[in-house]
Design a protein around this ligand. Structure first.
Ligand code: NAI
Length: 681
């Protein structure tokens, strides 16, 4: 057969070995061409049946990453969307119908279409390694598992487990997949060939879910499970903001999990989902995430020249074991780096080490992996690690004078070529670099709190930072699985600068008597994951105050309730009381915001953030509107389904926002003056 993306071989025992090896790509994805070729292979094998078929990946990084997202984004009509969906279904159905045992051998990531192909096989075996991740993550880009996943997964493992995977999009490793029943066995990748031979020599009956799981598909039980699932979904996402999870429940309950059965005018049909702005925005965000990941790769060389070499960081030294430094150190050691952690005394390092241990137990589970990560994190009060480190990150108190003093003593002890980074959230790097002999090696690495949860790191470029050091900072962020966002060194960088006026506006509305609950409800109505009053309590009211004062635009009044709360030492969640009283980690809110119209409240809250995002673009704090949107979403959670602040402006229309702003300016003054950057949006 003439094949471009697949390699098919039949061995002496008449076993067929099919290797997925997408041409011209380091990652396997399913394009129309890839699917058509697989369809031809299925027809060929059906005509000349081998004893069995094993499907493997020839790529290092995994089995398959799902549908080709580039092809996906080019789909411009409901008909095209349906044609792509139907093709995938037909091809996988042909694999499922093969009259001999079929086995998917899974290593690395196995996402979306990859998992759906594996589900079309009779058996699945997964690599036991830490990198194995199986998922049906379609919901995260606003669609449903449309190539048979929503049909085959519930039949294989029962609806409860299947809906959980499909509605969260989360990935599971081989062991969890085995426990769930998604794979039949786990073994190490190097034993794959043996495992195939053993399985096919004596094929066991295909996996069936236990009765309790199978019952979830029975008609009466199915309605109940669907009702409970919708209820759970509704607690997290509104149907008008995120239709896909609702579509998944309907698809399973009413249409046998097969998208071809869904009427085209149903809100959960592929055509409706593709036409929904949320899907467009989520797909864009997914691609932007890839773009940010690529920022961590070495720059391509000039034609004929090799790409530049960026050495990975092997030894990191962190100074300051507080909330940030301690967690940056713990996270980096989790990701495989040797880390020395310095503070003024051992008792200041101890809490960070304790938190690290809890993090490793939660993330790594297996005791030997927990121990190995723990061994990489080394308390170092004397600072012996400075001389060995490839990168030193400073995360001590936010005080320029103290940081300068530290830098002056630090630099002569650092290795030649090592990078010095500051986690400062507000001090311009140029105020710190004066004491250095090599100021070009100073870069900002601005992490967000809590470090383990927040994907974004702002990589801050001072006027003195060298381009190579910027790229090394970006590469380090990728090395520890974060998303790098290059920013210029100006107060607040991007994220705090956009977030702060939004929080301050909420405080002023509180002073006007709007209840916190109403403000939070309005922000959530717009699509924020959490309202501003709850968020301020979480961040800490003292920190909000400090950042707010520093970044305030002219004419910004002082928020009085915020001031009073701080004077009373009610600093938010950390003291048990802020604007809300916090009980067992939860704010106690009065229920219901009554019949108030939330939209004008949300507009007033959001406009200062939009205005600041526009100003950041004008000042080139970040390179372009895409990175601005992605940074604000990954740094603050800003309504992902709206695609970020600049996308939200474009979606509703610049003129509409400016009109609202004019009204607000007339009422509340200069802080609602549109930035001059609006002209260019
Ligand atoms: P923190 O107060 O929790 O920790 C600071 C630590 O530095 C303390 O343990 C202190 O003992 C230690 N320290 C002070 N001077 C030292 C010195 N000369 N040598 C060694 N250790 C020293 O502070 P936090 O919140 O961790 O902030 C640290 C830095 O990170 C600041 O620059 C802050 O602006 C920045 N930042 C803070 C964020 C937050 O949410 N807390 C978010 C992003 C950045």
């Amino acid at each position: 057969m003439d094949l471009k993306h697949w390699v098919l071989e039949t061995d002496a025992q008449n076993l067929a070995w099919l290797r997925f090896d997408r041409a011209g790509s380091a990652t396997n994805t399913f394009s129309t061409e890839v699917l058509r070729e697989l369809g031809r292979i299925a027809d060929h094998l059906a005509a000349m049946p081998p004893k069995g078929l094993a499907i493997l990946s020839a790529k290092e990084n995994g089995f398959a990453a799902g549908a080709d997202i580039d092809e996906f984004t080019k789909i411009s009509s409901a008909e095209e969307a349906m044609a792509f969906t139907t093709l995938g279904n037909e091809v996988f159905d042909r694999i499922a119908a093969l009259p001999f045992p079929t086995l998917a051998m899974i290593h690395g990531f196995c996402m979306g279409g990859g998992t759906e192909l594996a589900l079309a096989c009779r058996y699945r075996i997964a690599d036991d390694g830490a990198k194995t991740r199986m998922a049906l993550p379609e919901v995260l880009i606003g669609i449903v598992p449309g190539w048979g996943g929503a049909k085959r997964l519930p039949a294989l493992v029962g609806a409860a487990g299947a809906l959980d995977l499909m509605l969260t999009g989360r990935g599971i490793d081989g062991r969890r997949a085995k426990k769930l029943g998604l794979v039949d066995a786990v073994t190490q990748k190097r034993h794959f060939e043996n495992a195939v031979r053993m399985f096919l020599a004596n094929p066991p009956p295909p996996h069936r879910p236990p009765l309790s799981a199978a019952m979830t598909g029975w008609p009466g039980v199915r309605s109940l499970v669907a009702f409970l699932s919708r209820k759970k979904v509704a607690q997290k996402a509104r149907a008008d903001h995120y239709p896909a999870p609702y579509a998944i429940v309907d698809l399973w309950k009413d249409f046998g999990g097969d998208v071809r059965n869904v009427p085209v005018d149903h809100p959960g049909s592929m055509a409706s989902l593709f036409a929904h702005p949320t899907t467009r925005n989520l797909i864009r965000l997914f691609k932007l995430q890839d773009r940010m990941k690529a920022l961590g790769k070495p720059a391509a060389g000039a034609p004929g020249e090799p790409e530049e070499a960026i050495e990975p960081i092997r030894h990191l030294h962190v100074i300051g074991a507080g909330a940030m430094g301690g967690d940056i150190a713990a996270w980096s050691a989790l990701k495989g780096i040797t880390v020395t952690l310095q503070d003024l005394s051992p008792d200041r390092i101890a809490p960070a080490v304790q938190r690290a241990h809890a993090l490793y137990r939660k993330r790594l589970k297996q005791p030997h992996l927990v121990q190995a990560a723990f061994d990489r994190l080394i308390p170092d009060v004397r600072g012996d690690g400075v001389a060995k480190a490839d990168l030193v990150i400073e995360a001590i108190v936010e005080n320029a004078e103290i940081k300068r003093k530290l830098f002056a003593g630090l630099e002569p002890r650092m290795k030649p070529g090592a990078i010095l980074a500051s986690n400062t959230s507000s001090i311009p790097l140029q105020e710190l670099s004066g004491v250095l002999r090599s100021p070009e090696r100073l870069v900002g690495l601005h992490f967000f709190n809590p470090v383990a949860m927040m994907m974004l790191v702002e990589i801050v470029e001072g006027p003195q930072t060298s381009p190579a050091v910027m790229r090394a900072g970006q590469a380090f962020a990728r090395q520890i699985d974060k998303l790098p966002l290059p920013c210029k060194s100006a107060p607040g960088f991007l994220v705090n600068r956009v977030l702060s006026p939004y929080l301050m506006e909420a405080m002023l509305m509180l002073d006007e008597g709007v209840p916190g609950e109403t403000l939070d409800a309005a922000a959530k109505d717009f699509g924020m994951p959490m309202g501003p009053i709850e968020l301020a309590d979480m961040v800490g009211l003292d920190i909000c105050w400090a950042v707010g004062q520093e970044l305030a635009r002219p004419g910004m009044p002082i928020p009085k309730k915020l001031q009073a709360a701080i004077e009373a030492k009610n600093l938010g969640k950390k003291t048990g009381k802020g604007f809300y009283t916090w009980v067992r980690g939860k704010p106690q809110k009065a229920s219901g915001s009554g019949s108030v119209d939330l939209k004008p409240i949300a507009d007033r809250l959001v406009i200062p953030a939009l205005n600041e995002a526009v100003a950041c673009l004008r000042e080139k704090i970040v390179a372009d509107a895409d990175l601005c949107d992605a940074g604000v979403i990954f740094g603050t959670g800003f309504a992902p389904h709206r695609g970020g602040p600049i996308s939200a402006i474009r979606e509703r229309g610049k003129d509409s926002w400016l009109k609202t702003m004019a009204g607000l300016k007339a009422k509340h003054g200069e802080r609602f003056e549109p930035d001059t950057g609006w002209d260019a949006i």
